[in-house]
Design a protein around this ligand. Structure first.
Ligand code: ARG
Length: 560
């Protein structure tokens, strides 16, 4: 049992408040000398008509438990100091019996589609799409750990008028050979060239429109080219997903909903929600807000209409309990419109739709530009990270087996960890050297700490020693580590509640720091009667560090 719950149980015997209320009230004193938990007795002053200090000492008087070394009234608070030996023993036992399932809990259940990554075909994947990919992937893992069934959906941007332009551009300047060589880069070049040329020659725009019309009408050549562009682009994207270790349950992108939009438009009409405004069909958003456009004046439907169709389809297909869209903050208004229109249609499940926005990645304080060709850039970032990691491994551990695999785990893990350690909404700067460092607040630092723990366990094994239940450990270094280990389930719960992977990343960094202090201050492998107990602390730490990294989508090599 969690020690906070033990405090609740004790307080409950003295105070006439519901359990949940007591649990809510319990604080963590800022000054650790004041104990590990505090109950603010002054809360009861009004109802009991007594002075707070008096109430505190009444509660504290004859309360005792072997789980706490001290229960004492200090001013208006009742302070509880955990018995280190007890906490260390129970926590290590929990971790070592549950192993990688430690932290698994049932906070909810049911399907949760996560709309994530969703790059646009024939365009380089941007850093924004990378963020969406790693944040979505981590949220999926966190939700799974608390009982939900995540469904990772890549809502590819694989349809729209731009494909008419692209086909037209390809017909003018494209070659099959070039597209095969480097699909996204070349398709992107054609598209950019199209825009340059169309400035000079507006007839091109008509041509682009013409091709889009053909595509809509199912013209075989247009459809074939579009399919081919989609396929080669997707192959390029999949290479990056493979590097990151991210998989998807569905690639139903925008095109999948082509034939599902008209029914939504009809439904809006039937429900009397649609009206005309300047030639467009719109839904009102309420006082002072711009209406949401459903069908443009030229008769084409738009991004929002597709998302409406997709949301309805997913509700039928998955009967979800929540649905998340991991998409940059600049699309906030779009998701407000999406939810509002669904609500107006009478779908209460729209309340369970969450837009999960995130900040920008900058370099030297400036926003990264897509123009520089981010596919090469993203691939290149990962490759550079891996080779930087390899250099450091060569220096530290030249005889390591699977050097390449480890360098990959460390390099890619470093980039992912860096993306996830900041509050999701913060903008952050990207400096590769910094990201891949083995010291500081980095992924490699956490991985290295875990590998250090594993190395201790290997050495112990060579001495013929194994972990055994810790009954006697009570030193401050072990206590600090064990307190963090005990917090893990609560940390996961908070991360899932806020859809915030950074809570896990920060936790992993702190745990790693505490373990390294322990490592620096305690001679673990000394062959005395407590060696086996110390090993259990080392093993439990490694289990939790590995699990925390896993929740972020980062591998934890056993040696590095
Ligand atoms: N493809 C879009 C973009 O790159 C993101 C799609 C987000 N998902 C959605 N259901 N609208 O901006």
């Amino acid at each position: 049992m969690d020690f906070k719950e033990k405090v609740v149980e004790l307080v409950k015997t003295k105070v006439d408040l519901p359990e949940e209320k007591i649990s809510e009230l319990i604080e963590r004193p800022k000054n650790p000398k004041m104990g590990d938990y505090a109950f603010p007795a002054f809360i009861l002053a009004k109802t009991l008509h007594k002075n707070p200090a008096e109430i505190a000492s009444e509660i504290a008087s004859d309360l005792s438990s072997e789980d706490f070394t001290n229960i004492q009234a200090v001013g208006p608070y009742v302070n509880f100091a955990i018995n280190p030996q007890k906490l260390i023993a129970t926590t290590l036992e929990d971790v070592l019996t549950q192993k990688e399932n430690y932290g698994q809990q049932e906070l909810g259940h049911g399907n949760v589609p996560i709309d994530m990554s969703s790059p646009n075909i024939a365009k380089p994947m941007s850093m924004g799409h990378l963020r969406s990919t790693v944040i979505g992937n981590s949220i999926a893992k966190i939700l799974k750990k608390v009982g939900y069934t995540p469904i990772k959906i890549n809502y590819l941007g694989d349809y729209g008028t731009q494909f008419g332009k692209l086909i037209s551009a390809y017909k003018h300047w494209g070659s099959e050979e070039d597209v095969k060589k480097d699909p996204i880069m070349n398709l992107f070049h054609y598209y950019v060239k199209f825009h340059e040329e169309a400035e000079k020659d507006p007839a091109l725009d008509d041509e682009g429109r013409e091709w889009f019309k053909k595509l809509e009408e199912g013209d075989p050549e247009a459809v074939k080219l579009w399919q081919w562009f989609r396929e080669v682009s997707l192959q390029d994207f999949k290479r990056i997903y493979k590097e990151l270790g991210v998989t998807f349950d569905s690639y139903n992108g925008e095109a999948f909903f082509n034939d599902k939009m008209q029914p939504v438009i009809d439904e809006l009409k039937e429900k009397n929600l649609l009206h005309e405004s300047r030639g467009a069909q719109v839904v009102d958003m309420g006082e002072g807000e711009n209406p949401a456009i459903i069908v443009k004046s030229d008769g084409t439907s738009i991004y929002l209409t597709r998302d409406l169709a997709a949301a309805e389809w997913r509700k039928k297909e998955y009967d979800f309990v929540k649905m998340l869209y991991v998409v940059g903050g600049e699309q906030a208004n779009h998701f407000v419109e999406l939810k509002t229109v669904l609500k107006k249609m009478g779908y209460d499940w729209a309340d369970e739709i969450y837009h999960i926005p995130f900040g920008l990645i900058t370099q030297g304080g400036k926003k990264l530009s897509t123009r520089k060709g981010n596919v090469v850039f993203l691939d290149q970032v990962l490759r550079d990270a891996v080779s930087l990691a390899k250099e450091q491994i060569e220096a530290k551990n030249p005889n390591l087996e699977n050097k390449d695999q480890v360098a990959h785990d460390v390099g890619v893990g470093a980039v992912v960890f860096h993306d996830l350690k900041n509050d999701r909404l913060d903008n952050f700067d990207f400096d590769l050297e910094e990201v891949v460092r083995f010291e500081g607040d980095t992924g490699p630092y956490v991985q290295y700490t875990n590998a250090r723990a594993q190395s201790v366990l290997r050495k112990a094994k060579a001495m013929g020693k194994e972990a055994a239940p810790a009954k006697n450990l009570s030193d401050e270094w072990s206590f600090a580590v064990a307190k963090d280990l005990a917090d893990f389930p609560r940390i996961i719960a908070r991360a899932s509640d806020k859809f915030e992977p950074s809570i896990i990343a920060k936790y992993a960094l702190n745990l790693a720091k505490k373990f390294n202090k322990y490592y620096a201050n305690v001679k673990i492998l000394t062959d005395d009667e407590y060696l086996a107990e110390r090993l259990s602390l080392v093993e439990a730490t490694s289990i939790v560090l590995t699990a925390a990294l896993e929740l972020l989508g980062v591998n934890a090599p056993k040696e590095m």
